[in-house]
Design a protein around this ligand. Structure first.
Ligand code: NAD
Ligand code: DAU
Length: 355
């Protein structure tokens, strides 16, 4: 099977966690030889510094445009200037807790922004090889003790975030069915790795544990997530973009279900082995603090990714143990990055919400 021909790839949200890892993966590790145009609004979660070396090493192949996907005029200019022939759409408000407090920007970016991009893609359909939409497993809602999400599982989103992402998946799918737009969709489980904004569980726990701060665990800590190292997700997206069947969706997962409390304990134990403990602590586990549960908190996610494995040959490469070790080391080596992205406003909110 031949790869799709992509020359000028528009990546939305490329300054965020997965988007910046994806751009690095494409330029440094993949067979992609075209240009990448990264369009990002730079919200609190977007940081162009994530791609500082890429910017200097790949002049002529990497371009950054600060723009809002909700601004159709600006998007149209960018589309024309760079002769865009494919889109990988990451840009989104991504944090569930924030969507519970302030859903407005989730509706705006995740639904209306995706609509504007699809409209633009439709207007340029004759030049467009692909519109890949990056989705989440949270659209399927919550599982009980057993079972897996498949591509056939009915959507049942429980948070404003997942409802907005469900809506954007539906729009992308509808543009394929109605207008024959060349769309593929992926729905992935929880990512972790370098450059993740420290509001998400793994980087938050690593940094708090280093600094001797409380480690907030929501509810009873027995909620289950399926964890995937971000590079594996990037490789899956690129494979789907090249060889995925138009109109199809693909689940992406790590085959790696872990209870939240176990993730937190693992991080504590790994740090205790390698980094001096804050004074008066026998173990960083003493910092674990059970706090009020997240409203509507999904109990368990688990992904059946056999379609992606069977049809396109993708499997995750990184084990959870090595992935978490690598991630901890990355945060230890990038303290300056951490300080620069940390938002005073967010810390204040966490304090108010969870004490
Ligand atoms: P992130 O919050 O780290 O990054 C989002 C990026 O989008 C930021 O750079 C931000 O500035 C940009 N952005 C936000 N609103 C924008 C707008 N209106 N216009 C242009 N840019 C805008 O998110 P992430 O964790 O990297 O997630 C990326 C995508 O992957 C999202 O669509 C998310 O739903 C999906 N996803 C994430 C995970 C995960 O575990 N993080 C798992 C599955 C799917
Ligand atoms: O499943 C994919 C999704 O994973 C993505 O679509 C989202 O963009 C991404 O943010 C992530 O959502 P989660 O809500 O699962 O991630 P988060 O890191 O916020 O939380 C992971 C689990 O840890 C969840 O069960 C809530 C819990 N948690 C989280 C935080 C921040 C805690 O117990 N304490 C915390 O302080």
């Amino acid at each position: 099977m031949k790869n799709r021909l992509i020359n000028n790839l528009l990546v939305t949200g490329g300054c965020g966690f997965i988007g910046s890892n994806f751009i690095r993966y494409l330029l440094e590790e993949s067979d992609f030889s075209g240009r990448i145009i990264n369009v990002d609004k730079i919200t609190y979660a977007g940081n162009p510094e994530n791609l500082r070396e890429i910017d200097s090493q790949f002049q002529g192949r990497y371009f950054f445009e600060k723009a809002d996907i909700c601004d159709p005029g600006r998007l149209a200019e960018i589309f024309k200037t760079y002769e865009i022939d494919a889109i990988c759409h990451f840009a989104a408000e991504s944090h569930v807790d924030r969507s519970i407090l302030h859903p407005d920007s989730f509706i705006q970016t995740n639904i209306v922004g995706t609509f504007h991009l699809l409209e633009l893609a439709k207007r340029n359909a004759e030049k467009l090889a692909l519109f890949h939409h990056v989705g989440t497993d949270e659209v399927f809602g919550s599982l009980g003790e057993t079972g897996y999400f498949t591509e056939e599982t009915a959507y049942k989103p429980n948070s404003p975030y997942s409802a907005s992402k469900a809506s954007s998946d539906h729009l992308a799918r509808a543009y394929h069915k109605t207008y024959d737009l060349p769309v593929t969709i992926s729905n992935c489980s929880n990512n972790y790795g370098p450059y993740q904004f420290p509001e998400k569980l793994i980087p938050l726990i690593v940094l708090n544990a280093l600094e001797g701060k409380p480690l907030p665990v929501y509810g009873d800590g027995l909620h289950v997530r399926d964890w995937l190292y971000v590079r594996d997700h990037c490789a899956a997206i690129w494979l789907i973009m090249n060889r995925g069947v138009l109109g199809e969706t693909y689940n992406v997962g790590g085959d790696n279900e872990v209870k939240n409390i176990k993730i937190v304990e693992t991080i504590c134990d790994l740090l205790d082995k390698t980094v001096e403990k804050p004074s008066k602590l026998e173990s960083r586990r003493e910092l674990i603090t059970y706090v009020k549960d997240r409203p509507g908190h999904d109990r368990r996610y688990a992904i059946d990714f056999s379609k992606l494995k069977k049809e396109l040959g993708w499997v995750p490469e990184e084990s959870c143990e090595s992935g978490i070790e690598k991630t901890i080391q990355w945060y230890l080596d990038h303290r300056e990055w951490v300080e620069r992205v940390r938002s005073g406003e967010y810390q204040a909110w966490v304090k108010k919400q969870y004490g």
